[in-house]
Design a protein around this ligand. Structure first.
Ligand code: ZN
Length: 293
């Protein structure tokens, strides 16, 4: 797929040159040049191409970004007591994922206190305890969605409030369109999720989407990277907040499906989410470098 650099950013800008997606140029999942969508930036570099990493380097990369995601969630107040978990699939070991140790506040998570858990719920590396609900939900999400590297779930305030009224995220803003036709309400609340059967039903309801609103519970997001899963959670929480504020203040102006769908194509890419998260990650590492310990 050849894309002209006349209206996109390639990193090394040459206004005449064209680049080929997948060969160091911009990735095609962020926009569709056939629709003449204006590129999201001009004159700067997308954080691509990513360097090739060994398995060990990729594992460390995921753990560092996972610890960073917890710290960012903590800083944004997205935790609610002890519940809440973000997981990252191990790049090598089938069915294994990394998760926070139960009982440590998000603001104290480090690379070294993460747990590696296998598909039987056993702690393979690190010192527990493991949150049973984290295993029950996330093991089933990771099993059902091979494309998903990470999943995030907490009882953050606005997502939880939205989950109590049975309404989806409406396309009422550009940002909210990221979730248009890409989220689901999981209707059945049956107490704390302690069994994998319940986790499997959540995974089935989620399907191929990026977000589930768990009724009377909270939000659950997934992504093809730690960065995107975390960013979609943050974005969904803020979209829920905007919707609740707007609906309390007046009648919602919901975008028509065609406009919402067009906008979704512009703002819902995994690459865009990764880049958005990376900006937050750089700040949190600078402010709290001990997260890398
Ligand atoms: Zn929960």
């Amino acid at each position: 797929m050849s894309i002209s650099t006349a209206n996109i950013s390639t990193g090394n800008i040459s206004t005449e040159k064209s680049v080929t997606a997948g060969e160091g140029g911009p990735q095609p999942d962020s926009w569709d040049s056939s629709k003449n969508i204006v590129a999201p930036s001009v004159g700067g570099a997308w954080p691509r191409p990513e360097p090739l990493r060994t398995t060990a380097e990729e594992r460390l990369y995921r753990k560092q970004h996972l610890a960073g995601a917890y710290r960012i969630f903590g800083q944004l107040g997205l935790g609610e007591g002890l519940p809440g978990h973000i997981t990252a699939r191990d790049p090598e070991l089938p069915g294994h994922f990394w998760v926070n140790r139960f009982g440590i506040d998000f603001r104290r998570i480090t690379v070294s206190n993460l747990l590696l858990v296998n598909d039987a719920g056993e702690i393979v590396e690190g010192t527990g305890p493991l949150n049973t609900a984290a295993f029950a939900i996330h093991s089933q999400i990771h099993a059902a969605r091979p494309d998903v590297v990470a999943a995030a779930h907490t009882h953050a305030l606005y997502g939880k409030a939205l989950s109590a009224i049975g309404e989806p995220l409406y396309p009422i803003s550009q940002d909210a369109c990221a979730f248009f036709e890409d989220h689901v309400i999981f209707e059945d609340y049956n107490g704390v999720v302690l069994g994998t059967d319940e986790g499997r039903r959540i995974a089935e309801a989620l399907g191929e989407r990026k977000l589930a609103i768990l009724a009377n519970h909270g939000l659950l997001s997934v992504g093809t990277s730690v960065e995107s899963a975390a960013y979609w959670f943050i974005a969904a929480e803020r979209a829920a907040k905007a919707q609740l504020i707007a609906s309390a203040a007046g009648k919602l102006r919901v975008l028509d499906d065609e406009t919402a769908r067009l906008t979704a194509g512009q703002v819902s890419s995994e690459l865009g989410a990764r880049w958005s998260f990376e900006a937050l990650y750089q700040i949190i590492v600078e402010e709290q470098p001990d997260l890398l310990d």
